[in-house]
Write a protein that binds this ligand. Structure first.
Ligand code: URA
Length: 243
């Protein structure tokens, strides 16, 4: 994606964005061999940028969608030596980080990237990315409980969850369990488990099926794929649209 030079410089660790702008105005920055004193110029991965005659190191931005299995930690390392989500990406040069997290025992869709800007945006509450979870819960979920989930329930921390979409997918009367789909845009710790617990249905199994417009289609547990350029662009654009 094309970005302003000062942003590329800041991302590459040359200097802050403001200080990079000063360097550009001072004529210390070359793009493809030519001094550029304009602050508005955009560059992409093919452009060569030099600062004071030194080529700046730019890490390629990469974006992956992982179908995280249960029993994997959503972090770049674990004190107890358990498997972590970044273990799937060690053969690549770029170091990626998970965008938010899924619990150790939760499976499903997790994004990983080295694009800190996009990751921060997506995790910001203002972004309100819808995420759909499918949960197997103890007990038979009743309609009035669904209504409470939709309207918001009081969680352990005393705060109420935001409006959500909730529906029952199936019941198993013999085993006394239900399968529920819940779509939320918040991302508090253990949020789905806490919401379902709050209406009297402890979660036995949890999977995240969607993240915004992204789904797990075509992947099985433990597999991943790269996002397309259009998908990356659409994630950046989520900011400007209602989801
Ligand atoms: N809500 C949870 O309770 N756990 C997750 O992993 C994700 C959402």
């Amino acid at each position: 994606m094309a970005e302003r030079i000062q942003k590329v410089m800041a991302n590459a660790g040359v200097a802050s964005r403001r200080a990079s702008e000063k360097m550009i105005l001072e004529g210390r920055v070359k793009v493809n061999g030519k001094v550029t004193k304009e602050l508005g110029v955009k560059v992409d991965g093919n452009d060569i940028i030099e600062v004071d005659g030194h080529l700046i190191e730019r890490e390629n931005k990469v974006y992956y969608l992982l179908y995280k299995p249960r029993g994997v930690i959503s972090a770049a390392k674990d004190d107890k030596g358990r498997k972590v989500v970044t273990d799937y990406f060690t053969q690549f040069n770029e170091r990626v980080y998970p965008v938010g997290r899924l619990d150790y025992d939760t499976s499903g869709l997790l994004l990983l990237t080295n694009d800190g800007e996009l990751a921060n945006k997506l995790m910001h509450p203002r972004y309100k990315v819808n995420k759909t979870y499918v949960a197997k819960v103890k007990g038979i979920v009743q309609n009035d409980e669904l209504k409470q989930l939709r309207q918001g329930v009081r969680l352990k921390d005393g705060r109420k969850s935001a409006r959500a979409k909730a529906k029952i997918l199936s019941f198993d009367k013999k085993n006394d369990t239900s399968i529920v789909s819940l779509t939320i845009h918040e991302g508090r710790n253990h949020q789905v488990k806490n919401m379902l617990q709050a209406v009297g249905h402890p979660v036995k199994k949890l999977k995240r099926e969607t993240y915004g417009f992204l789904t797990l289609d075509g992947l099985t547990s433990g597999q991943y794929r790269e996002l397309t350029r259009d998908e990356v662009k659409a994630l950046y654009d989520l900011d400007n649209k209602r989801r």
